[in-house]
Every structure is written in C-alpha cells, then in structure tokens.
Design a protein around this ligand. Structure first.
Ligand SMILES: O=C(O)CCC(=O)C(=O)O
Length: 295
C-alpha cells in the first residue's frame, strides 16, 4: 500500500514485542505520532465540540449510537468519520502496519472509532470519569474474527492519574470459564458500579495481575479485543483526550448472532455498511470500514 521509510520501520514492534503482545494482550508503541498530527487532531476535536461536522452520519443511525455526555465525561463514537483532522490519525501508516504485525494479518481495516474526553480533577466522585472494566469483544459480537484489536491514542502524556488504560494482563487467553465468559459479554464501558464489577471479575482470577500504563504523547497502545481493561478517573489538573480506533483483520466478516432472548444482535455498522449479495453488511465497506493497511 505504502512503503515505510527506514525511520518508520524502526518504529514497528520487534519480534519479541509481538510475542509479548500475544501473552499480555496489550502493547505500547514507540512514539509514532508527530506533534503536528496530535495538534491537528486536537483542533479537529475543538471544531467537533463546536458542532462542526466534516461528514454526517445518516439520521437513522443516530438513535443507536453510544454517544454519552455528562458534566465530566464525554464519549463520541464515529469520531474518525465525522472529523477529517481526527481521521488523519488512522492514516498514519504505522497504525495499520503495527496492527498487521500484531495480528499476523496482511490487511487491516477500520471497524469503528471513539473519542473519550475526561475533564480534570474528579477527585470528589472518582467514578465519574471512569470507563468500566470491559472487553471490546462485547461490542463485536457480529464479527467472525478472533483477532479484532484496538489502538488507544492519547493526545497528551497520560498515566494512571489521567485515566490511561489498566489491564487484567493475560485475560484474553482465558477460555472455557463460564463466569469469565459471562462477564466478557457485558457491555460495561459506561458502568454503574465499578467496584462491584471488579469484585466479580477478580473473584476467579486472583492470579492475574492488574497492570497500569503510562504513555508519552505520540505513543499509543494496542489491545486485543478479548483483554479486560478499564480507564480510571482523571484526577490530574489537565483535560484528557483519547481516540480509540477499533480495527479488523483481513478475514473479519459479519455473522448473524442472537442474544439470550433470541433477538438479533446488531452493530451500528450493520446499518451503515453497503450490503453483500446475500444482504448481509459488508465489513469492508470503503466509507465506514476503510482499508488502513495491506501488503
Ligand atoms: O479512552 C478511554 O478512556 C476508554 C478507551 C477504551 O477503553 C475503549 O475504547 O475500549
């Protein structure tokens, strides 16, 4: 697709780092975004918050979006679709190239994107800006792939006090455990009782460790869609902005799947993507699931 420069090749994960990603479920890159790319994304976010849209989504999908706004936390899905400056982040070829190496796939497409803004210093009620323990897989039930992943891109230096991701390391490898599988299915991004869910999660996983991360501006964190993670409250003095791009490997396709009440589960992409000949959504739709990397 594009040839990486020698400098860019030096920023790819090493064989050892790819192996660690497989074991831990997450990987922090070297600095792959320039100051300029981040500044532009922040300008784009400012325009988005002022109500400017570079591209609209069809009205029919809007009632189905998980957009969320309180006095201290704001979540905007499809941000890379709405805003061309944020969209530029996914055009950095290292995003797709790193994802391809981590998944072993020779093609990477976007699946979705979200912007999370945590206002500063929510000490009084710490849970107000937390994103609950969850796996991204809970939101990807219509996907056939086992290799879905996300890249979390902070737009400033970020550590635990600013809500950088914390992981239950290795949890993506745990299988055949009903209690765990049940929790894995929960859409717990916006979470009512953080502590109660954490207790349930840790009860059968005491040997797994919770790891907190720290990233410098320009770095980003790739995470396996099956790894449990949360982002804590922003107790710093600074606004915290982060864009997450959800990514799919080449083989990912739509699959029909039903919930426990036998109702068809859908992803908002199912309302947006063009249709395949059998009528199912095409998760390689160039508008909503664009190609980011191919070799
Ligand atoms: O940016 C955040 O705080 C939450 C990111 C996250 O957990 C996700 O997008 O799955």
């Amino acid at each position: 697709m594009v040839n990486l420069t020698v400098e860019q090749i030096g920023l790819l994960p090493t064989t050892e780092e790819i192996e660690q990603y497989k074991q831990k479920g997450w990987y922090i890159t070297k600095p792959i975004f320039s100051e300029h790319e981040i500044e532009q994304a922040l300008l784009g976010i400012k325009r988005h918050y002022q109500g400017e849209r570079d591209t609209e989504l069809p009205e029919k999908v809007k009632p189905h979006l998980l957009d969320w706004k309180t006095d201290t936390l704001r979540v905007d899905t499809y941000i890379a679709h709405y805003n061309h400056q944020v969209r530029q982040l996914m055009k950095n070829p290292l995003v797709g190239a790193c994802a391809a190496l981590l998944t072993g796939s020779n093609e990477i497409r976007l699946f979705n994107s979200v912007l999370v803004h945590k206002l500063p210093k929510e000490r009084a009620c710490q849970d107000q800006t937390s994103i609950g323990w969850h796996t991204d897989l809970a939101y990807f039930k219509t996907c056939t792939s086992e290799k879905m992943l996300a890249v979390w891109i902070p737009l400033q230096d970020s550590d635990e006090t600013m809500g950088a991701p914390s992981f239950l390391e290795g949890s993506h490898l745990k299988q055949h455990d009903n209690h765990f599988n049940n929790l894995e299915e929960k859409k717990n991004f916006i979470c009512d009782d953080f502590a109660a869910f954490e207790k349930q999660l840790l009860v059968s996983n005491q040997s797994m460790k919770i790891v907190h991360t720290q990233l410098r501006k320009g770095q980003c964190c790739f995470l396996d869609s099956k790894v449990f993670h949360y982002t804590g409250p922003n107790i710093s003095e600074h606004h915290r902005f982060a864009v997450t791009l959800f990514l799919q490997d080449k083989d990912n396709r739509f699959r029909k799947v039903y919930d426990e009440d036998n109702k068809l589960i859908y992803h908002t992409n199912d309302l947006l993507c063009r249709s395949l000949s059998d009528g199912s959504p095409d998760y390689s739709d160039p508008t909503f699931c664009p190609l980011l990397w191919t070799t």
